[in-house]
Design a protein around this ligand. Structure first.
Ligand code: AP5
Length: 255
């Protein structure tokens, strides 16, 4: 798989880029001036973030992760956090979904990213039918179509193994796995030399709550997007590069 990272503006490599619009670069056109606009679906830990990073390099579209947005907000001082954001952090720690109103407030603030001609890969949003309806309305108002919704599929046992071995960079949010995708130096990010940590919601009790929330609230989006003719289902087995190659092939076949 080719690595195009050097040509991509910093905001498009940063999983919280839309949280920091001052970094600049997001108004550039993508390779062809008409970027890909994708939603990634799938259970927690199936590999959406890993794939969004790879798709970001291949398609040069921004990787926008609502989970990373909330984790970035949790690093702000308490006085900088609104009461709604403090409540959101509590939901997240327990593995529950953050209320739609809080999520939508954050996404709406970044509507400029949705309009960016470079396109986007949405990772972790939408996650409920309410969020999907809100996104659909916003995109209809902006007259911007989604290209596809990619649904990654993997048996539960493998998902839990992926979650329990995950390590994340505290600086650039790059994701590793202690056996499946280890960093070159133990505990240190290959990309920015930041420290790697284990996410609080990857504890077994939070994983159970997250899986239940996925089944209840997010799995129904598969039918929602199938009915809109946007769904592309991809088996999430094999190496991250293999899965990305499979995804690009399926997307190009639709284009
Ligand atoms: P979020 O951060 O979005 O978490 P998630 O959806 O639970 O997904 P994960 O990040 O856990 O997993 P992933 O599918 O991205 O997998 P990854 O690539 O890391 O959300 C966290 C929380 O925020 C939510 O629980 C909720 O509270 C809140 N939230 C966020 N958005 C919200 C919204 N819209 N509405 C309401 N609440 C919201 O991979 C996992 C591991 O597997 C890694 O270690 C990776 O290296 C490894 N791996 C990946 N691919 C492979 C492979 N092919 N082979 C082997 N290992 C692999």
């Amino acid at each position: 798989m080719s690595t195009l990272t050097a040509n991509i503006p910093k905001t498009r490599q940063d999983r919280c880029g839309w949280f920091q619009p001052s970094l600049g670069g997001c108004t550039d056109a993508g390779k062809n001036g008409s970027g890909w606009r994708l939603v990634l679906l799938g259970a927690p830990g199936v590999g959406k973030g890993t794939q969004a990073d790879l798709l970001n390099k291949e398609l040069e579209a921004c990787h926008l992760s609502t989970g990373d947005l909330f984790r970035a907000a949790s690093k702000q001082t308490e006085s900088d956090q609104s009461p709604a954001m403090r409540a959101a952090m509590e939901h997240m720690r327990r593995g529950e979904l953050v209320p739609d109103s809080t999520v939508w407030e954050m996404v709406r603030e970044r509507a400029g990213c949705i309009r960016c001609r470079a396109g986007f890969v949405l990772d972790g949003f939408p996650r409920t039918l309410g969020q999907a309806e809100s996104l659909k309305r916003l995109m209809e108002t902006e007259k911007i179509p989604l290209n596809a919704v990619v649904n990654y599929e993997l048996p539960l046992g493998e998902i839990v193994a992926r979650l329990s071995g995950r390590r994340t960079c505290e600086k650039c949010k790059a994701v590793y796995h202690i056996t499946g995708n280890p960093s070159k130096v133990d505990g240190v990010c290959d990309r920015c030399q930041g420290k790697l940590f284990q996410r609080e919601d990857d504890r077994p009790e939070s994983i159970t709550v997250r899986m239940a929330a996925y089944e209840r609230s997010t799995a129904p989006l598969i039918e929602f997007y199938k009915a809109l003719g946007l769904l592309v289902s991809i088996p999430a087995v094999g190496s991250p590069d293999d899965i990305c190659g499979r995804t690009i092939k399926a997307l190009r076949a639709r284009a």
